[in-house]
Structure formats: structure tokens, C-alpha cells
Design a protein around this ligand. Sequence first.
Ligand code: 5GP
Length: 198
Amino acid sequence: MNPALLLVISGPSGVGKGTICRELQKLDPTIYLSVSVTTRPPREGEKEGKDYYFVSEDRFRELMEQGELLEWARVYDYFYGTPRTAVNKARAAGRDVLLEIDVQGGLKVRENCPDSILLFVLPPSLEDLSIRLKRRGTESSDSIDSRLRWAESELPYYKQYDYVVVNDTVAEAVAKVSAIRIAEKCRPQNQKLVWPIT
Ligand code: 5GP
């Protein structure tokens, strides 16, 4: 069994990370999409255990203190974190893992797991991002403004990532991420050859 990859997908809110991750998983259901823990209240239609595990701040702190989170960050007014055990289990079973997390989290994952691969999804333009956030219709106008401000501060981090994917269309972005995944699997350190080569 070849080693499983740990792929981190970051980028501003509304850029389409979620859609890209879901499309990738549709193409290859063996991909494990990590479900984060958050103190944010659920949005309409969001499901416990599918979109997030929704927890209180006390419970979040407990998980942090018990070392149950591979990384965590405060984003906007809430805490978000990646459950460590589920990620480890999936990788041990040979499944590539996708983490859809913010840049603070992405850089922490790189520290904790140096073999992780960091992908940054950029919008074609800031105007495009604003249109996408409004079209999504999940945020109030205050929240859209704060997400756009946050996006502007987050964008420069793309230089610290391994790959940049501009999300012109979902199909192209998914094709680019799939190509990156395939190329990463072809690295010598990600090969477990079945015959010995001296
Ligand atoms: P939203 O509230 O829109 O679902 O997510 C807000 C931001 O939090 C997004 O940028 C998302 O990628 C990020 N996020 C979601 N889960 C995690 C996580 O487990 N850790 C970190 N660091 N960020 C996360």
C-alpha cells in the first residue's frame, strides 16, 4: 500500500473550497474529507457530523487540552479544529485525507506533519469573491464584509503554500487539484514498490 497523502486546501471564504473538495470525493470516494469541530452555530441545512461537529466552547477547550486536535484556529468569532484520530485512522487505512481549513491551520499542519501538501485556492479576483459570497446567501451583509476583509488579509499567504489553484471554473480547479494529487503520488517517497530495487 502506498502512503496516503495529507492534502490541505485553504483559501478565502466563498472561494469554492467546499465544492472542489466534494467534487474530488465524488470522483474518488476513497478520499477522506475531514469533518472539523467548531463552536460556530450551524447554518440552515448544515448537518452534525457531516458538515461539522458543533460543540460548545468548553467542549472545544477540552478537546484542545486532551490533544485531540491536529490543529485549531480562531476564525472570525469562532474556533475551528481538525480531529486528530479520524485523520490518522483514515491515513493508516491508505485513504488520502483532505483538510479544508484556514491558513493559520494550514501552516500549523505543515509544522506538525511535514509530509502534508498545502494547496491555496485563489478567486479570479476580489470582485468575483464578493459576488460568490453574496450569491451563496448564507451570510448577513456585515458578515460578508468581515469575510472580505479577512480574505484580503489571508490572500498574501498563498506564497507559503506548495500549490496555487485559481478557481476560474469548478471543473478546471478540480482537474488541477486531481493533477497535483496524482503528481504527489508519483514522488519517490510516496512509492512502496512491490519488488526490491538496489
Ligand atoms: P465556515 O464558517 O464558513 O464554515 O468556515 C470559516 C473558515 O474556517 C473557512 O476558511 C474554513 O476553511 C475554516 N475552517 C473550517 N474548519 C477548520 C478547521 O478545522 N481548522 C481551521 N484552522 N480552519 C477551519
